[in-house]
Ligand binder design. Sequence first.
Ligand code: PEP
Length: 248
Amino acid sequence: MKKKYLIGNMKMNMDYSHLEPYFGDLARIADNSNNVVGVCVPYVYLELAKYMLDGTKVLYGAENMYHEDSGAYTGEISANMLNDFACDLVIVGHSERRSYFHESDLDVNKKIKKALDSGLTPIMCFGETLEERQGNMAFSVVEKQLMGGLQGLEYDEVSRIIFAYEPVWAIGTGVSATSDQAEEMIAFAKRIIAENFGVKETIVLYGGSMKPSNAEDLLSKPSIDGGLIGGACLKIDDFEKIINVKVE
Ligand code: PEP
């Protein structure tokens, strides 16, 4: 059975008192799983993540970073700073960053380059809005995001990225893409990446209202390598059910 990647995105949720038991439980769950388990947490909890997760099977990291090493960028966090906490992962280009904080494909591109140069694994998010899907633009939007975000990268770099297809209309709405819609777009993204960068074994996750009730259906699709899980990662019991889904 192929390993799946199940990675939580906590967003601006949780607090210190809940995270101590949560990280302990997650380490135990990952230890008993054949899948790859990860979690991206608010910056301020990275110290606790390092203390509780470094040396376990759980990959952990941040939900964002800035592309410069240091300087007058009030409020920003660099890749070097993430490395101080032994991070494995960093989410780049989440649709909430793109829409609320106006991050462009060029910003995403700079962050991916810096993350890779710094030894971090970027999780590059892409996905269309509802209007774009309804206007038959979903595939062209995804192609543009991928080509913009990966501009100037070589084979060796692209092959170290984890991708996440997250249709904006499915994030936090409770309405997941159907497994056929997710499969179709992820297969398309893999083709774009293979044709343009020669990388044939790309890891592409699905994200958008994945939960225990739909995880098996989504994860059993051949092109879907795992899930980026927002809301459902906040309850450890739900996250555990998703991590332990059995697919052929
Ligand atoms: C996300 O924001 O990455 C996400 C997938 O959220 P949710 O699972 O809550 O839709």
